[in-house]
Design a protein around this ligand. Structure first.
Ligand code: COA
Length: 529
């Protein structure tokens, strides 16, 4: 059992806690924007039409009092589009079955898909496929956001491709159509295994009456072109005609019940609470990420019984590795301790990842790294080879990976510690996270040195004043681009979470991961020892 050295009443802890709470208040405010959807006016209009908001639809679909792990909540943050990108996605339990659920928010520009909505829905389908989660779409959308069509029309075709690939892989797909689902959107029900449409509300056609009139001169109306009853009786696109929204949700639940779904992964052992309170996770990460912290303090508050069987503790101490359980599921943990990764740490990580693959144990990466060590001695000692070994192991490992960015995630450390490009099944950030190619001051400093050398080569005098201004500007730009809301807005993680929720979130992810069978054994690339 990890013995904590944290002093939860100490000044340092309290200061870190206060800083984290301030960041969490900001996070709440941003999440509230996603929940508000298109704002009061559009929500009132939507309700006035007798319709339920997207989140209420999800709430009524999932089992009463069951948790919903919302994903990509901050999608589109920092862009011209509404935070949340007009869509809700997440993992919820329907009739005891963990499903990937998506719901268009029709109060945000008619539920139209902008570039961030597209990324969010592609990510949802990716999660459903990787983890074998039945995929349930609650549809009511104005289709492509027309002014940004150039960003979405061509890549957007993947939405429909993914639906049929899920089905081909044995993952059922269900569309509950509450309203508009026209043009390309018509292929969401079109490609789904099960389709439910709400009477007098669903509208599913390739072209509405004005477009048909333009194309062929034919006079038509919404119901005859794409009404729910027409699709249930005549075209056969609707499998179930629901009387109203509640009825559609009831039918959706019945469909999932009839799947007779069985998870194919491993079952957990009984879970045990950690010996230390999750509340203390708020006061561990320093505001200044240059100050190291001991990740064992985090592990102690996340894993079952705070029990951690540390592997190779005396070797490569900047990376902590070891075995633990989270909610009864076994995991191998890799956690940065002092920021920098050296050759020893890389070798240790490589061996540990191979061991986890040998025992088919999922891996949990807890990131707080400034990257691989630079400098003459380290280059001569083979830091590139050793970092490459670690990246090879991470890339070709087939056990599920979960990543949590607690603090820094800079340089190739982001890669070796299973950043977004390395396809962890799930990746969450804490509000204290920061990620970039390097730190803002270092990046601005590098640009300055390069600029100075270039001026010298041209025989010019270097403009020191302009240099100082450039540094300040670049530093603030890189700082802003390193922050978790910005990165989450671009879908570089699956969400920013409260550190206190880490254990719950990981438990839900590990449960979801085990909906799929244990993946086949890894074949690693050629290691350069
Ligand atoms: N792209 C961009 N903006 C859209 C949009 C789209 N596809 N669909 C709707 N919007 C905007 C509207 O312009 C409106 O903006 P405003 O309130 O600032 O004026 C807002 O979203 C709400 O739309 P509104 O028409 O008032 O909502 P509604 O609930 O009465 O109707 C639709 C919703 C989706 C039925 C209707 O907006 C519509 O038919 N949109 C176009 C559908 C289409 O043909 N899409 C092309 C698919 S490829």
């Amino acid at each position: 059992m990890i013995r904590s050295r944290l002093d939860p009443r100490g000044a340092e802890h309290l200061a870190r806690r206060a800083a984290m709470l301030a960041k969490l208040a900001e996070l709440d405010a941003e999440h509230a924007k996603a929940v508000a959807g298109g704002g009061e006016k559009y929500v009132e209009r939507h309700r006035g039409r007798g319709k339920l908001p997207a989140r209420e639809r999800v709430e009524l679909l999932v089992d009463p009092d069951s948790p919903f792990l919302e994903l990509s909540t901050l999608a589109a943050w920092g862009s011209e589009f509404q935070v949340g990108a007009g869509m809700v996605t997440g993992i919820g339990v329907i009739e005891g079955v963990e499903c990937l659920i998506t719901a268009n928010d029709p109060t945000v520009r008619g539920g139209a898909s902008n570039p961030w909505t597209l990324r969010k829905s592609l990510r949802a389908a990716e999660i459903a496929l990787a983890n074998r989660l039945p995929y349930v779409n609650l549809v009511e959308s104005g289709g492509a956001d027309l002014p940004s069509q150039k960003e979405i029309f061509i890549p957007g075709g993947r939405i429909f491709r993914d639906l049929t690939r899920l089905s081909a892989a044995g993952v059922p797909t269900v569309a509950l159509v509450f309203g508009n689902s026209t043009a390309g959107g018509a292929y969401v029900p079109g490609m789904s295994d099960y389709v439910v449409m709400v009477r007098d509300r669903a509208k599913v056609f390739l072209g509405g009456p004005p477009l048909v009139k333009m194309a062929t001169g034919e006079e038509s109306d919404d119901e005859s072109l794409g009404g729910a009853e027409m699709h249930a009786r005549t075209s056969g696109l609707a499998d179930y005609l629901a009387e109203d929204e509640h009825d559609a949700l009831r039918v959706g639940r019945a469909i999932v019940r009839s799947l007779n779904w069985r998870k194919q992964g491993v079952a957990p052992l009984p879970a045990r609470e950690p010996a230390y309170p999750a509340e203390e996770l708020l006061g561990i990460v320093p505001e200044d990420l240059k100050v190291p912290f001991d990740p064992r303090e985090v592990i102690a508050r996340v894993v079952d019984g705070s029990e951690f069987e540390e592997f190779k503790p005396l070797y490569g101490p900047s990376l902590v590795t070891g075995w633990a359980r989270v909610h009864g599921y076994p995991v191998g943990v890799l956690a940065n301790a002092r920021g920098v990764l050296f050759s020893q740490e890389s070798q240790k990580a490589t061996q540990f990842i191979q061991l986890a693959n040998q025992s088919r144990t999922p891996l949990l990466f807890l990131q707080n790294t400034t990257g691989y060590m630079v400098g003459k001695d380290y280059e001569q000692g083979g830091i590139i080879k050793h970092g490459a070994m670690m990246i090879n192991a991470v890339s070709n490992s087939t056990v599920p990976h979960l990543t949590v960015v607690m603090g820094a995630s800079y340089g190739a450390g982001n890669y070796g510690m299973c950043g977004r490009a390395y396809d962890p099944r799930f990746l969450f950030s804490w509000p204290s996270a920061k990620s970039a190619v390097m730190g803002p001051a270092q990046l601005a400093g590098v640009l300055s040195i390069v600029g100075r050398a270039a001026a010298q080569a041209r025989g010019q005098v270097y403009d020191e004043e302009a240099d100082a201004a450039m540094r300040a500007m670049v530093e603030s730009q890189i700082e802003a681009e390193s922050l978790p809301f910005f990165l989450s807005g671009r879908l570089y993680d699956d969400g920013v979470i409260d550190p206190r929720d880490t254990r719950t979130v990981l438990g839900m992810c590990l449960s979801a991961v085990n909906s799929a069978p244990v993946p086949p054994a890894a074949g690693f690339g050629v290691f350069r020892p």
